[in-house]
Design a protein around this ligand. Structure first.
Ligand code: URP
Length: 383
C-alpha cells in the first residue's frame, strides 16, 4: 500500500468546517498545539533538503521555587535514500549524509536532544529472514563507525544524540541486539538501551536476528533532562513505559519501524497514553516510505510471496503529560519535528492527577509475582 493520505491533520484542516476545527482539535489532540517560531534559515534549508520541518511548544505554569526547565527535542523520520541491494557501506554512508543534513537544521532550530528512527543505518530488512547482507549492518555501540559519526555531531552541535542501531556485541560472541546508543552533548557515549520486547507479528521477523534486550530500563541523566529509549514494539507494553518512568525518565523516545496495515490505528494512542499514565513526555518516531527487496519473501500465512514489508507511515509526534500532543509529521515524507517543552509540566500534572501517588504499585508487584508462577491459580469467583 502506498502512502496515500499526506497526514490525518492536513485532512482535518481541509475538511472540518473552520468554525468547528478548534473544538475538534481540543477533543482529539487536547488543544491546538502552539507553533514554535522556526528560523527562516532552517525552513529554507529543510525545503532545499526536501524534508518537512515542523515546530511546536508545550508550556508549563510558572512556579515560585523552580525555574522553567526548557528543552528542545528533535525527532527525525526518513526514507532509505538508496535501493536495498546497494553495497552495505554505500547505504550506510548515504544514511549518514542524510542524517547529517537534517541534524544541521535541528542545530539551527536550537535542538538539545535529537533521536533517529529504529535501526536508522539500514533498511528494515528483518522481514526477509535472510542473514546476509543484513547482519553486516550491525556495529559496535561503543566505538562503531555510526557511534563515532554521532559523537562528532554531538560535539559539533552541543546536542545529545540518540542513535538506534543494530548492535554487534563482540564481547559476547558477536551477539546482535537492537539497541539505542545515547551520546552526551560532550561527545561521550553515556550508554545504551536494548530493545526489551521483540515482535512476532506479521513480517516483523526480528527474533531471527537478535535477542530480547538485557539492559533493563536505563534512564540517562543529560544536561537537558532525564531521557530513556523504549524501542518500537516496547510501545505496546505499558509496563515497559512504566519502568522507564519509575527510573525517573522525563522524556521517553520510541524509535520505531511500523506499517499502516498493522499498527496505524494504535500509533496515536499508545505513546500518548504512556505520557498520560506516567506523567512524562513521549516521542514516538516512525520511519517512512516503502522498502523494496530483490528476493521475494512470504509471511507464512499462505499468501503470495512479496517484495516489501508495507508502507512505513511516518507520523512522528510528541505527547505531553497532560494528554495533549503535537500534530504528526507527514505519512509520506522525510521530516524533522522540533518540540520545545518545559519539563516542569511533568510534576505539575503529577500533582494534579496523582497517578504515580495513587498507583498502588506494591499491590501489583505482589500480585504479578504470584501470577507469573507456573502453578498460579487465577482469582475467579464462581457460583
Ligand atoms: N520494529 C518493530 O518492532 N515493529 C513491530 C510492529 C509494531 O510494533 O507496530
Amino acid at each position: 500500500m502506498a502512502g496515500g493520505l499526506e497526514s490525518l491533520e492536513s485532512c482535518l484542516e481541509q475538511h472540518i468546517p473552520p468554525e468547528d476545527l478548534a473544538e475538534v482539535k481540543r477533543i482529539l489532540y487536547g488543544g491546538e498545539a502552539r507553533k514554535l517560531n522556526l528560523p527562516a534559515a532552517a525552513l529554507s534549508a529543510a525545503q532545499e533538503g526536501d524534508f518537512e520541518l515542523q515546530g511546536y511548544v508545550f508550556e508549563a505554569a510558572p512556579e515560585q521555587l523552580r525555574r522553567p526547565r526548557i528543552v528542545r527535542v528533535g525527532l527525525v523520520q526518513n526514507k532509505i535514500p538508496l535501493p536495498t541491494d546497494t553495497a552495505v557501506a554505500v547505504q550506510v554512508a548515504a544514511l549518514h549524509r542524510r542524517i547529517e543534513e537534517i541534524v544541521e537544521v535541528a542545530a539551527i532550530c536550537g535542538v538539545n536532544v535529537v533521536c533517529f528512527q529504529e535501526a536508522w543505518t539500514m533498511p528494515f530488512a528483518f522481514c526477509t529472514r535472510e542473514k546476509l547482507p543484513w547482519t553486516e549492518f550491525a556495529e559496535s555501540a561503543e566505538d562503531g563507525p555510526t557511534t563515532k559519526f554521532c559523537q562528532e555531531l554531538a560535539k559539533k552541535y552541543n546536542m545529545v544524540v540518540v542513535s538506534p542501531i543494530l548492535e554487534r556485541d563482540e564481547i559476547h560472541g558477536g551477539t546482535l541486539w537492537n539497541a539505542a546508543v545515547v551520546i552526551s552533548n560532550s561527545g561521550a557515549v553515556l550508554g545504551k538501551s536494548r530493545k526489551n520486547h521483540i515482535p512476532r507479528v506479521g513480517d516483523f521477523n526480528e527474533s531471527t536476528y537478535y535477542m530480547e534486550g538485557n539492559t533493563g530500563h536505563p534512564v540517562f541523566q543529560t544536561q537537558f533532562g532525564t531521557i530513556a529509549v523504549n524501542i518500537c514494539y516496547g510501545r505496546h507494553h505499558p509496563l515497559n513505559w512504566l519502568m522507564f518512568s519509575m527510573n525517573g525518565a522525563e522524556i521517553i523516545f520510541n524509535p520505531s519501524a511500523t506499517i499502516g496495515t498493522l499498527s496505524e490505528a494504535l500509533w496515536p494512542i499508545e505513546a500518548r497514553n504512556a505520557a498520560i499514565a506516567n506523567h512524562c513526555f513521549t516521542c514516538p518516531i516512525n520511519r517512512v516510505g516503502t522498502e523494496y527487496y530483490k528476493n521475494a519473501f512470504t509471511s507464512g500465512d499462505g499468501g503470495k510471496a512479496h517484495h516489501d514489508l508495507g508502507h512505513f507511515y511516518g507520523s512522528s509526534y510528541v505527547a505531553a503529560p497532560d494528554g495533549s500532543r503535537t500534530p504528526g509529521l507527514s505519512r509520506t515524507q522525510d521530516g524533522l519535528l522540533v518540540v520545545e517543552m518545559d519539563l516542569n509540566l511533568c510534576r505539575q500534572v503529577s500533582d494534579k492527577w496523582n497517578f504515580k501517588m495513587t498507583g498502588r504499585y506494591e499491590m501489583y508487584a505482589d500480585k504479578l509475582t504470584e501470577a507469573v508462577q507456573p502453578y498460579f491459580i487465577p482469582n475467579i469467583i464462581k457460583e
